[in-house]
Design a protein around this ligand. Sequence first.
Ligand code: ARG
Length: 458
Amino acid sequence: MAKMWAGRTSGVTDSVADDFNSSIHFDYKMYKQDIKGSMAHALMLGTQNIITKKEAETLIDGLQTILDDLNSGTLEFNMNCEDIHMFIEEELTSRLGDVGKKLHTARSRNDQVALDLRMYLRDETNDIINLTKDLILAVTEKAEEHKSTILPGYTHLQRAQPISFGHHLMAYSMMLIRDVNRLTDCVKRMNVSPIGSCALAGTTYNTDRVFEAQQLGFSDIAMNSIDGVSDRDFCVELMSDLSILMMHLSRFSEEVILWSSWEFKFVELSDAYTTGSSIMPQKKNPDMAELVRGKTGRVYGDLMALLTTLKGLPLAYNKDMQEDKESVFDAVETVKMCLKVFAPMIATMNVCKDNMKKAAQEGFINATDLADYLVKKGLPFRSAYKISGQIVAKCINDGKVLETLTLEEYKSFSPLFDNDLYEDIDLKTCVEKRISQGGTGLASVEKQIKQTKEFLNQ
Ligand code: ARG
């Protein structure tokens, strides 16, 4: 079949070249945006008397019937078409006859595809923002439940200081709030309309780009037509933001995986989010968390693919840019799936408080508090640090912990020790005393929870 653009050439292309060139098998996803964009375009053409009002109405009605038929499944995508834009236009012309051919006045597929993609990603990004908020809520509710559950906090994956599990979880809420803010910001820059840039140079027709942009909910129009058709920053920016989000989910996954190992046993995942082994009957594998960690590499790859595609492109549109969609669609779909599985996985995760407590009791994680005790009694911190280190060494040697050393033994290291030291090195006190802003103390964790809930409700 000859192409719609037959004219200069015969429009008859090699069938392998056709398959290679075609994008409908992935850009069909933008059919709603393509049709809505075309409706706004027809309306603008009519309002500006570039076509008659009657013709505009006919085009809009025709486009609506195509939209309805695609939605209901009465009409199927013709995968022999080059792309979604050609498919809709050909379908419209076959339904309306010659008037259908007027739709593409003062427009090019170059500005049309840029428009569709911005509209599509605007919707997808808003979905991702909502899914991220669902996850923040799940994490924050779990944190609230465990605002007084004590476990060791780690540095270098070595037991460091006692913290509350609620505080630990709220660190992830903070990361995810930044993700939501980044994505919200990304939508602002995405929400600029390229339509009316035409092929690259604008048009001689008396178009109204602002009117058309407003019909489609854009807050501004691209100020340079060449940039309008060749800018894919919004895809790169979105995938950068999604990469950061995935990096957060991947770190969280790594902890969930560690925590659910026999070595830690800090949490037990619900059966609904684990799998068994086909050979080892004892296994309960955290596959969901592992897949999220794995898919993070995939999303980074999507970002790298598009950055690499764009880096050598001269202005304005080049067909290389058709490669943008598979990368960005894959990133968007992957992130959505990860968020959908992550939130309920966290919400249903059982926390093994006793194991956390036991781990907290074994690692000398109150040694800093022992040093702080001596500082409180007047010793400079460095000297206090040294004495506490010597006491830890003695405990390790004698198979004891700081809590079981006698006062006499303490006094042999420094006369400043008194009975009240036991209160200061009690794990509960250690956590409660960390009242500095943003610390693990209860009031600080409660404040984080409150502010996060306010953020979610705004
Ligand atoms: N399918 C194309 C894409 O995704 C649409 C734009 C084609 N423009 C062109 N001049 N061939 O980029």
